[in-house]
Design a protein around this ligand. Structure first.
Ligand SMILES: O=C(O)/C=C/C(=O)CC(=O)CC(=O)O
Ligand SMILES: [Ca+2]
Ligand SMILES: [Mg+2]
Length: 400
């Protein structure tokens, strides 16, 4: 079992088996740089590699330049940081460059290139089908043949703790005579994982489902804020537009794929068998469990392991037509919902479109979000050596 000399609290999200990457500015500095979380500290990697080309790529305000170096370099840096933290040889250099996480500013970790959001949970797709298209088949005919997705708005991916302004938009209920314009009255959350592309690909050359780890650098928590009233009126037939483009929050720490080896599981049995370009040799389902809190109270625990489509299949599908990847591309898994009522990853499901309000511990009830509400998501996965891999958190408060 790997042991670090850095004191790591027992319940920490960031044991030495994790080593997630983030971008931070130390107290008293104006210069953002790349670091790795260990226990309650962040190690300044730009200082460890100071004076080298790699160090220059780490002394910037996003992970992009480091990620662009590719999987060989990701493995090298992870191995070297593990050595630094688990052996005494360069302890003094390391100690001089550890900062307490609660004393630094954390930033959006990635300069987001393109943003895509999928729809990979069968339970979520079934629930939304019942709610948005009552009377018809809940799953549309394509759903089990391809991972359904849409292109979102990269420029409105925001770091955790960014205040979320309630969006204005058009809405029209089924019995309203005409649409009205105004603040959304059905502001919702979506608990998702986000996959960060580190290494791009060539235009015209699809990425094989087996090459997932050659391109995807790591995983973040993602809250795809959604205005259900705007969405329900606008989305036919081209899909979500303004109902989801006003803000998407991600966590500050990117957990590298290498930290999730022990969490890999097969996806549920896929029936019908997908077309050959979507059949993966190695499983990329993930045994990961999320927790969603509303004003501090747990309202859901969505399990990732039941997601129908794996992130490797989503990536292969994204490029199946020859579309290329860029460093910084981000794609969401889609809302994660399990089979149990308390495993649903959105309020529209938890309250069944407002029919069954939630009661919070303070006695208040919620259908959708009110101004001042704070939503926080966390997650855990099994790590090697029997440790727990955490993701930090993604949080946001509705400002009005
Ligand atoms: O089924 C619909 O009409 C709508 C689906 C969604 O809102 C889900 C979405 O954005 C993708 C996801 O997060 O699963
Ligand atoms: Ca979504
Ligand atoms: Mg969004």
């Amino acid at each position: 079992m790997r042991q670090t000399w850095v004191p790591v609290p027992e319940d920490s999200d960031f044991p030495v088996q994790n080593l997630p990457y983030g971008v931070f500015t130390p107290r008293g500095s104006n210069e953002a740089r790349v670091g790795v979380a260990i226990g309650e500290f962040v190690l300044d990697l730009s200082a460890i590699w100071a004076g080298t080309p790699l160090g220059a790529d780490l002394a910037t305000g996003s992970l992009n330049r480091f990620m662009r170096r590719g999987p060989g370099e990701w493995a090298y840096v992870r191995e070297r940081v593990t050595d630094l933290l688990t052996t005494e040889g360069e302890r003094r250099l390391v100690e001089a460059n550890l900062h307490r996480i609660d004393e630094v500013r954390l930033h959006l970790p990635v300069e987001v290139a393109d943003y895509v959001d999928f729809y990979a949970s069968e339970q979520h797709a079934t629930n939304l089908g019942h709610i948005f298209r009552p009377g018809g088949d809940a799953l549309l005919p394509n759903w089990k043949h391809l991972p359904v997705g849409y292109h979102g708005r990269a420029g409105t991916v925001v770091p955790s703790e960014t205040g979320i302004r309630r969006p204005n938009g058009q809405r029209k209920g089924p019995s309203d005579p005409a649409p009205v314009f105004g603040p959304s009255v059905k502001l919702d959350i979506e608990a998702e994982l986000g996959f960060v592309v580190g290494a791009g690909s060539t235009l015209g050359e699809p990425v094989s489902v087996d090459d997932f780890a050659q391109h995807v650098f790591g995983v973040v928590l993602l809250n795809d804020w959604s205005a259900r009233d705007i969405q329900a009126w606008e989305y036919v037939p081209l899909g979500p537009f303004l109902g989801k483009s006003f803000a998407t929050s991600i966590s500050p720490w990117v957990v590298p794929l290498a930290a999730l080896e022990a969490a890999r599981v097969a996806t549920p049995v896929q029936d019908p068998q997908p077309l050959p370009y979507l059949v993966e040799k190695e499983p990329w389902g993930l045994d990961l469990s999320l927790t969603v809190k509303l004003n501090g109270a747990v309202v859901s625990r969505p399990p990732y392991a039941g997601m129908y489509w794996s992130p490797a299949q989503m990536l292969a599908h994204t490029t199946a037509n020859g579309a290329s990847l860029r460093t910084g591309d981000l794609y969401g898994s889609g809302t994660i919902s399990g089979p149990e009522a308390e495993q649903r990853g959105s309020l529209i499901e938890l309250t069944w479109n407002g029919r069954d309000p939630l009661t919070l511990p303070d006695g208040s009830t919620r259908t959708f979000l009110q101004d001042g509400d704070t939503v926080t998501m966390t997650a855990s996965a099994p790590g090697v050596d029997g440790v727990r891999i955490g993701f930090g958190e993604v949080t946001g408060t509705i400002t009005s």
